[in-house]
Design a protein around this ligand. Structure first.
Ligand code: 13P
Length: 340
C-alpha cells in the first residue's frame, strides 16, 4: 500500500477549503430526479447533464473532487473528450462510487445492506487505471420502531470496512459513508444517539480490517431530526449536536469529514456547515467539509430542465452553490452570498 499517495490524495481533495461534488447518482436515482422535472430519462440526457457539470467554468476553485458513477466515468463530452480528462484539467480529482446499491437485509424487515464486495478488487483496479483516485460506498441506516437493529448496523459497518481496505490496497482513498437517513419522526437527540452508535461500530470494523485512518475520508449525515419531526432545531443546536457527536466518535487521525446533504434544502445545508465551522473550528482535529449531491446540484438541475439554452444559467448556479459551501468551510458564509 502506498500510504503517502493516499495521504496526498486526501489532502488535495480538501485543500483551499474545497469539498467534494457527488455526481454519482445511479441511473435509477438520476432518472427519478429527471422525471420530477420532466427531463427525458435517457443515456444521452444523463450524459448532457454531466457534461454541463464538468464543463462549469471555475468549478475547480471550490471543488477538489468529483464522485462519478460507472456510466459517467466512461462518458465523453460531445466533442469526444473523456469526462475524466475534462475533470483533471479543471484541477478536480476524479472519484468513483463503487457500491452497487442497498438491498433488503434478510431477516431484518425495513432494513438494508449495501452490496458490491464481490469482484470489487478487480473493479477498483480498472477504475484506478481510468484515473480515479478515490472511491465511495454508501450504507443506509434507518431509524424507526426498534430500528436500527444491531445486525443491520454491524453488517453495514463490516461491508464498509472490507470496501475501505480494498480501496487502500488499490491506491484509492475510501470515502466511508454510513448514512443515517432522515425519514421518520425521530428527534435530533435520537438521531445523535444512533449516529454515535453507527460511527463507533464503523470505526471498530475499520480498525479490525486494518484500514489506515489517515488515508480515508468519513462522509456522515449531520445530526438532524427526522423529516416528520415537528421540532425545527436552530443552526446552533444542529452544529453542537453534530460536532459533539463526532468529537466523541471519530478518531482525530481522520483527515476530513465531508457531509452528505441528505435532502436538506441547499441553503440550509450551507448555513449548518457554516455554523459548525464558526463554533468549533479551533477545536476540531479534522477538516469539516462537504460532499453534497443535491445541495449543490438541485438548484442547477431545476434551471437546466434538459434544455441547451439553460446550460450557462445552470452552470452559474452550480458554481455559486459550490462557492457558498467553500465559504461555509471557512465559517464565512452569509445570507448575502445567496442574494448575489
Ligand atoms: P446528497 O448530498 O444528495 O445526500 O448525496 C450525497 C451522496 O453522495 C449520497 O450517497
Amino acid at each position: 500500500m502506498n500510504m503517502q499517495m493516499l495521504k496526498d490524495t486526501a489532502r488535495l481533495l480538501f485543500a483551499d477549503d474545497k469539498g467534494l461534488l457527488a455526481m454519482d447518482e445511479s441511473n435509477g436515482t438520476c432518472n427519478k430526479r429527471f422525471a420530477a422535472l420532466g427531463i427525458a430519462q435517457t443515456v444521452e440526457a444523463r450524459r448532457a447533464y454531466r457534461e454541463l457539470i464538468v464543463t462549469t467554468p471555475g468549478l475547480g476553485e471550490s471543488i477538489g473532487g468529483a464522485i462519478l458513477y460507472d456510466e459517467t466515468i466512461r462518458q465523453k463530452k460531445s466533442d469526444g473528450t473523456p469526462f475524466v480528462k475534462v475533470i483533471i484539467e479543471a484541477g478536480i480529482t476524479p472519484g468513483i462510487k463503487v457500491d452497487i446499491g442497498a438491498r433488503e437485509l434478510a431477516g431484518h424487515p425495513g432494513e438494508k445492506v449495501t452490496e458490491g464486495l464481490d469482484g470489487l478488487r478487480d473493479r477498483l483496479e480498472e477504475y484506478f487505471q481510468m484515473g480515479a483516485r478515490f472511491a465511495k460506498w454508501r450504507a443506509v441506516i434507518a431509524i424507526g420502531d426498534g430500528l436500527p437493529s444491531w445486525g443491520c448496523v454491524e453488517a453495514n459497518a463490516h461491508a464498509l470496512a472490507r470496501y475501505a481496505a480494498l480501496c487502500q490496497e488499490a491506491g484509492l482513498v475510501p470515502v466511508v459513508e454510513p448514512e443515517v437517513i432522515m425519514d421518520g419522526d425521530h428527534t435530533l437527540e435520537q438521531c445523535g444517539e444512533i449516529t454515535d452508535e453507527v460511527l463507533r461500530t464503523v470505526f471498530g470494523e475499520l480498525y479490525a480490517q486494518r484500514v489506515v485512518i489517515e488515508g480515508m475520508i468519513l462522509k456522515p449525515n449531520m445530526v438532524l431530526p427526522g423529516l416528520a419531526c415537528t421540532i425545527e432545531p436552530s443552526l446552533e443546536e444542529v452544529a453542537d449536536a453534530t460536532v459533539n457527536c463526532f468529537l466523541r466518535a471519530v478518531p482525530a487521525a481522520v483527515p476530513a469529514i465531508a457531509f452528505l446533504s441528505g435532502g436538506q434544502p441547499a441553503e440550509l445545508a450551507s448555513a449548518r456547515l457554516n455554523a459548525m465551522n464558526v463554533r468549533f473550528k479551533s477545536r476540531m482535529p479534522w477538516a469539516l467539509a462537504f460532499s453534497f449531491a443535491r445541495a449543490i446540484q438541485q438548484p442547477a438541475l431545476e434551471i437546466w430542465k434538459g434544455r441547451e439554452t439553460n446550460v450557462v444559467a445552470a452552470q452559474q448556479v452550480l458554481v455559486d452553490r459550490a462557492r457558498c459551501n467553500q465559504a461555509a468551510r471557512r465559517g464565512e458564509y452569509s445570507q448575502q452570498m445567496e442574494a448575489k
